[in-house]
Design a protein around this ligand. Structure first.
Ligand code: NDP
Ligand code: ZN
Length: 351
């Protein structure tokens, strides 16, 4: 099978691989839709998870099942399915403990384009299909389905980890596709006033549509000053970090009230340490909780994402600003993700 791969740090190319073997609990899926992720860019161009050779990239896809193992009960050949970016080993102690995304080692539930070939392939291997896939409802658009792999669950997890009390003031730093879903998730979780920190109009417009009440432009001055001024110096109850560099941690601590929560879903691709400002962290005694997590993955999470779309709580397909035709245009779409033109939120490839 053909796939678009990381050949080494900074190097991309098409490669041919053997068709993956399907174990008794596994499935093979032919992609119907693919999307590149900012994480693919961190992986290839920053070498953020170390060097990888001839590893097929990608972890955002939906498709049609072309083969199932003998023990797969819930799915059959021909079913159209949503594929999560994270496909944990459900028979692991970490899964029993509620953190399946770290099954068999930190971040190891993240398999595609990390520890095994990713989804930019003619045949995607799914471990434990019954536990990791979800049915794509009839009538769901492919643009919507592909946002459920990673963008919707990651962004919404940002809101979940932020412990948002009903009516609380929330700030979302970074409103690319992940942060936009954090805005939508924060609104669902009951945010009152909702700051969205971004710059590009295409993102700020959609942030407002998804529920942001105030836009803060990080290119028009220090965001800490802007948010503290807007809240009469009080700051916010909860901050979700979904963009920016490592300084965003420091900014989040500065704008969050004592007792508040800082939730990070950003992927920090470089640097040895992350900055926590001592004084604003109350010399360690501020009760400002700093949390962060890899998105959960798995079938239940995917089914819930599907329901959020079916019952019109979220509309993630609106983030698909650039839609390409044909499997091979994944190359163009990925490079677009690297260049981030002004009008881009998320490129999508209809295969
Ligand atoms: P984008 O690059 O599309 O969005 C980043 C956002 O941050 C943009 O709104 C950008 O604004 C804004 N931004 C950039 N610099 C600053 C700054 N200095 N201060 C404040 N805001 C800033 O990324 P994605 O939405 O695709 O992904 C966000 C992060 O989430 C990435 O690091 C990605 O790797 C990670 N991720 C994590 C996952 C997880 O499981 N935890 C899963 C998937 C992704 P503008 O463009 O307008 O200039
Ligand atoms: Zn991703």
């Amino acid at each position: 099978v053909k796939g678009f791969a990381m050949l080494g740090i900074g190097k991309l190319g098409w490669i041919e691989k053997e068709k993956p073997e399907v174990g008794p609990y596994d499935a093979l899926v032919k992609p119907l839709v693919l999307a590149p992720c900012t994480s693919d860019i961190h992986t290839v161009f920053e070498g953020a998870i170390g060097d990888r050779h001839n590893l097929i990239l990608g972890h955002e896809a939906a498709g049609e099942i072309i083969e199932v193992g003998s023990e797969v009960k819930y799915f059959k050949v021909g079913d159209r399915v949503v594929i999560p970016a994270i496909t944990p080993d459900w028979r692991s102690l970490e899964a029993q403990d509620g953190y399946a995304q770290h099954s068999n080692g930190m971040l190891s539930g993240w398999k595609f384009s990390n520890i095994k070939d990713g989804v930019f392939s003619e045949a995607i291997h799914i471990n434990d299909a019954d536990m990791n896939l979800a049915m794509m409802p009839k009538g769901m658009s492919l643009e919507q389905a592909v946002m459920l792999s990673d963008m919707a669950p990651t962004g919404i997890q940002g809101a979940e980890l932020a412990n948002i009390k009903t009516g609380a003031t929330v700030a979302v730093i970074g409103i690319g596709p992940v942060g936009l879903m954090s805005v939508a998730g924060s609104a669902i979780h009951g945010a009152g006033r909702l700051f969205a920190v971004g710059n590009r109009k295409v993102c700020t417009d959609l942030a407002q549509e998804y529920g942001a009440t105030d836009i803060i432009d990080y290119k028009k001055g220090d965001i800490v000053e802007q948010i503290l001024k807007a809240t009469n110096g009080r700051g916010v109850d909860a901050t979700v970090i979904a963009g920016g560099d490592s300084n965003a941690i420091s900014e989040a601590v500065r704008i969050t009230k004592p007792g508040g929560t800082i939730s990070n879903v950003n992927y920090f691709g470089s640097g040895e340490t992350l900055p926590i400002p001592r004084l604003e962290w109350g010399n360690g005694m501020s009760h400002k909780d700093i949390r962060g997590g890899l998105v959960a993955g798995g079938r239940l999470k995917m089914e819930r994402m599907v329901d959020l779309c079916t019952y019109k709580r979220i509309a993630p397909e609106k983030m698909a600003t650039h839609v390409f035709d044909g499997f091979e245009s994944i190359e163009k779409a990925l490079l677009l993700m690297k260049d981030k033109p002004k009008d881009l939120i998320k490129p999508v490839v209809i295969c």
